[in-house]
Design a protein around this ligand. Structure first.
Ligand code: HEM
Length: 407
């Protein structure tokens, strides 16, 4: 667990194992990352019984590595400790773990699916779903906001993929089981069963969309082709899963942590409520402050140097977006939640070739949700303990009991 010296100048203090999910449960991580970043922008993390990895913490080096897909490849997986067999099977097929130039060909098919007509439909449905979610929570009075915030992202993704409205609750249940963060064997069995259910569901949707194209992403995928070859069912399903896993928990936890930031900084809530022109800046600050995807992984494709450290081909390199977004050189007083922070060029959606394809959708979703909250409810109160998630990837909150009152 000690930063070594053989690969360049290393800080002398021990480097905690940043892959340990328990670090993130009690939010020790922010202070740890601040301390490490102040000591050096790049650290080597050695682990007991698991491969070492590099941790890149400063804004400029995280941006630089994200922009250089030739040197920092995505084909070894996009997160720490992912299943290596599943990763190898999906590399070159699933957009997020494919390198350019093939990556761009898959990305184009998905991007072309976001037609103006579809985006218009998504926005209209998003607002009615958001209103329904908030009104239901208001009727209950007290609720676990972590549960409430799960509904909108999954319904938007279903709508985008082409799952009809009557299938949304089924998909919410199955995606929670399939992509939820849990480590026990029981969870793993449930996840496998849920994945099977989802595959069967997609299979039927693909069959329907082959017969009749609609304005949705499954249609774009089944009618798309790369180098004059249509995508295989496996490639289509993997990319649907990529959209589900990329857009669900991330948007959910940005929503939860955004509301928590308002509860802890009530004056910011009252300001944006009084002047709705502050809302876009508030959403940008929610995205910076929450940074739901804490790191992305890359694998060095060749020997290189970063922050004075020698990185060898094959090394795992983690780029900590959560640290870059608190880099005081870019964000003065970075722990302050300030809805008027400007400039606010956060890296929450990463940067470069893999820049989040759902960034506009997630931003619209958060904007609509908070707009309707500000219109309909007084600033909620916490009624119990807020419990953070145990995950080294998703910086999230799994339990947040609140009381809601109508405005
Ligand atoms: C890529 C974060 C919402 C789908 C990414 C990446 C990040 C990210 C950091 C880069 C991954 C990498 O470089 O390896 C987020 C956050 C979101 C969000 C924080 C919400 C607040 C969404 C939504 C969707 C989505 C709503 C679905 C529509 C994807 C996909 C990629 C991606 C498919 C891979 C893009 C590529 O490889 O070119 N996202 N995301 N994300 N995101 Fe998002």
């Amino acid at each position: 667990m000690i930063g070594t010296t053989e690969d360049g100048p290393a800080p002398t203090a021990p480097v905690p194992d940043l892959s340990d999910p328990t670090l993130y449960r009690d939010d020790r991580a922010t202070a740890i990352l601040d301390g490490l970043r102040a000591a050096a922008p790049v650290h080597r993390v050695d682990r007991d019984g698991k491969p070492s990895f590099w941790a890149v913490l400063s804004y400029d080096l995280v941006s630089r590595a994200l922009a250089d897909a030739q040197t920092f490849s995505s084909t070894g997986g996009m997160r720490l400790d992912a299943d290596p067999v599943a990763t190898a099977a999906a590399t070159g097929k699933m957009m997020v773990i494919t390198d350019p130039p093939r990556h761009g060909k898959i990305r184009r098919i998905v991007s072309n699916g976001f037609t103006p007509k579809m985006v218009q439909r998504l926005e209209t449905n998003m607002r009615s779903t958001a209103i329904d979610i908030i009104e239901t929570a208001l009727d209950q009075g007290e609720c676990d906001f972590a549960e409430v915030a799960a509904r909108l992202p999954v319904s938007v993704i279903c709508d985008m993929l082409g799952v009809p409205r009557e299938g949304w609750d089924f998909m919410l249940k199955q995606t929670k089981a399939a992509f939820g963060v849990g480590a026990s064997t029981a969870d793993a069995e449930l996840a496998a069963a849920a994945h099977t259910e989802i595959f069967l569901y997609y299979d039927e949707l693909m069959r329907q969309r082959r017969e009749q194209r609609q304005e949705d992403i499954i249609s774009a995928l089944v009618h798309g082709s790369i180098d004059d070859r249509p995508l295989t069912n496996e490639e289509i399903i993997l990319n649907c899963n990529g959209l589900v896993s990329g857009g669900n928990e991330t948007t959910r936890h940005a929503t939860i942590k955004g509301l928590l930031a308002f509860i802890r900084n009530p004056e910011q809530w009252h300001r944006v409520r009084a002047d709705r022109s502050l809302l876009p800046g508030a959403i940008r600050e929610i995205l910076r402050y929450s940074t739901p995807a804490m790191h992305v992984l890359r694998t060095a494709a060749r020997d290189t140097e970063l922050g004075g450290r020698q990185i060898r081909a094959g090394d795992m390199v983690t780029l900590w977006l959560s640290s870059a977004n608190r880099d005081e050189r870019l964000f003065p007083d970075p722990d302050l939640f300030d809805i008027e922070r400007s400039p606010n060029r956060h890296l929450t959606f990463a940067h470069g070739a893999h820049y989040c394809i759902g960034s506009a959708l997630a931003t619209t979703e958060l904007t609509i949700f908070f707009d309707e909250m500000l219109r309909r409810v007084e600033l909620p109160e916490l009624t119990g303990e807020v419990r953070r998630m145990r995950s080294n990837l998703i910086g999230g909150v799994e339990h947040m009991p609140i009381r809601l009152r109508r405005a």
